[in-house]
Design a protein around this ligand. Structure first.
Ligand code: MEV
Length: 309
């Protein structure tokens, strides 16, 4: 039996604007993981997908062409030239909450690619894995920038520009993020489409906002590279102000962001598509416990702490 894993992700700076060519910064979140298991089954059974968390078991041959799990299995088998005429059971499970901005779709696909590579004793580099997963991101998200598949496949902090060179960057001083879940599911596809419609109506205003967010992502990278946590926190809060203007925040997110600030976070913002999902707060060793407690008191459904760097 072969097993593949993939971590979740958080976007530190630049979500939404990244779809319009601005830079963004994302980091892996190893506390949550997707897992895929591949094993041989009896001859003639074909490929079965068992999506454990969704309580679904189905034959690959019966899945519609736009099924994301079918797509990643077929494209991976094609890419490594082993053909689809296999008898396999592929079981998928994940501790990454679905539709909460932590990259669950991209992580599940990445885990499947890794498990298939292991099973057939093949190797692909992170770029090739990321490219395969990007195709399933299009099914999930319509018009993805590619940041989720990139950070999850490379498993490193990335500075990302759509269709530009991806850079893994240096974290001068490791830092702590508290990630809190509003418990509200939100569709990335819908949020991205809403921003697009608003941009079409008011292109000049929205392009100004995207550029401002891009500038914050650039400055954020510098702050991370210099280990300047105060500046990084301020930039996160400023990024949140701009995300609010893009209308992708929500009362639940604002409630948690306010609670993190009261608890002494250096900065806080939504992470991912917004409208629900998770928020992140930059904290120190000293404020981590207090901020986590404030978030729980404010109604966070889950709170995790991750160290970056
Ligand atoms: C989703 O994790 C981030 C968005 O910027 C969409 C994308 O980049 O594809 C909202």
């Amino acid at each position: 039996m072969a097993v593949g894993y993939a971590s979740g992700k958080a976007i530190l700076f630049g979500e939404h604007a990244v779809v319009y060519g601005q830079p963004a910064i994302a980091v892996p979140v190893t506390q949550v993981q997707a897992r895929a298991e591949v094993k041989d089954v009896g001859r003639g059974q074909g490929i079965t997908i068992v999506a454990r968390d969704l309580g679904r078991t189905y034959k690959l041959s019966e899945a519609p062409p736009d099924d994301a799990l079918r797509t990643i299995v077929v494209s991976t088998l094609e890419r490594v030239r082993v053909g689809q005429e296999k008898d396999l059971a592929i079981t998928v499970s994940s501790t990454i909450p679905v539709a909460r901005g932590l990259g669950s779709g991209a992580a599940v696909s990445t885990a499947i690619v890794r498990a298939l590579l292991e099973h057939f004793d093949k190797w692909l580099d992170s770029r090739a894995i990321s490219d395969l997963v990007f195709e399933t991101e299009k099914i999930h998200h319509g018009n993805p920038s590619g940041i989720d598949n990139t950070v999850i496949a490379f498993e490193k902090p990335v500075y990302f520009v759509k269709e530009g060179p991806m850079e893994i960057f240096w974290v001068q001083r490791s830092f702590l993020l508290v990630i809190a879940d509003t418990g509200v599911q939100s569709s990335t596809k819908v949020a991205v489409e809403d921003v697009r419609r608003a941009w079409e109506k008011e292109p000049i205003r929205y392009e100004g906002l995207f550029e401002d967010i891009g500038t914050i992502a650039e400055m954020g990278r510098q702050a991370i590279e210099q280990g300047d946590m105060e500046t990084m926190g301020r930039l996160m809060t400023e990024n949140q102000r701009l995300l609010r203007l893009l209308k992708v925040s929500s009362p639940e997110l604002e409630g948690l962001i306010g609670a993190a600030q009261q608890g002494g976070a250096l900065g806080a913002k939504l992470s991912g598509a917004g409208r629900g999902g998770n928020m992140i707060a930059l904290v120190t060793q000293e404020t981590c416990g207090q901020v986590s407690m404030m978030l729980r008191l404010a109604g966070a459904k889950d709170v995790i702490v991750t160290e970056v760097g």
